[in-house]
Design a protein around this ligand. Sequence first.
Ligand code: AMP
Length: 350
Amino acid sequence: MIPPGSTIGILGGGQLGRMLAMAAARLGYKCHIYSPEKDSVAAEVSAKFTCAEWYDREALTAFASDCAVVTYEFENVPVAPLAMIPAELLAPGTKALEIAQDRLREKRFVEELGGHCAPYAAIDADPDLVPAIERVGTPGILKTRRDGYDGKGQWRIAGAREAEGVRVPNDGLIYEGLVRFEAEFSVILVRGRDGGVKFWDSPRNVHEGGILMHSTLPAPEAAQVHVPAARWLARAAAQSLNYVGVLTLEFFATPQGPLFNEMAPRVHNSGHWTIEGAVTSQFENHIRAICGLPLGDTALIAPRVEMHNLIGDVAAQEQAILGDPRAHLHRYGKAEAREGRKMGHVTKIG
Ligand code: AMP
């Protein structure tokens, strides 16, 4: 067990780090944020901040020497320089990061465990592009294998010829058939150092333009029927990675069963509702897990919970939210409200 008063290192400086640091503070820990970006909303609520590049090995070594455990709030941290951090300090380990950073590896990993994905084809070079799209069929979505998030690095394709002239990046692309799902849902679990696993209730997630708009509980029946199979897969993934902390898997609910979409080796936007909507939040249980504390109860505390993201210029919306006594407003403290930027969220209970 990592004693209270110790320092938890967090790689990444965004809102997930901010909410982790706030949960850590309640349990008596200090946080040290490491991020290449100087404006860090996580650093604002943390004891220490190292602003340095991911490849700055000296800075990473000094950071690690200050921390009792190191975790991530961002899954695109380059894995190679993390060799500067003793492996036993990292929770979860780097294998989960390596897999989640690459859409192709992620799909193969899940298929080896017995899961199913949307039909897809890997594209390594320009000449593979049109044949891959023709093989899988249209409509579909072309995605970068690496570094995509919130709908970035994705293009909808209605016909194979639309992709003519697209240059395949060095890391490759993946083409997926468009799934006509009944709902999207996520499985959010926490695995402790002793291997014990707890699941939160699965929310229904609604995305627009690749960005999560809202998560609601309970999920509709069309999603709930697939939760046991999806949980089985998520547990198998966590076990196979010897994972410690919160792990999220996103699924499409289809009449043929749950189709795996993607995995996040961290706390997840579709779990923000757990702060007020569950006995223990995803943030607190992540801190408990990595520090070797007993895990808290994940039960839902109300028959209905909903979380809406606040995206872009939300000043007017925030005023209305503050006027609703049932609403819990979370501001991430970001100075500039750019289009598509997550500025905060609101949770309503009951
Ligand atoms: P991703 O970044 O892969 O999670 O994609 C973001 C969102 O785009 C998903 O949550 C879905 O709403 C949508 N999407 C991605 N891939 C597909 C697909 N193959 N079929 C249908 N919708 C998809």
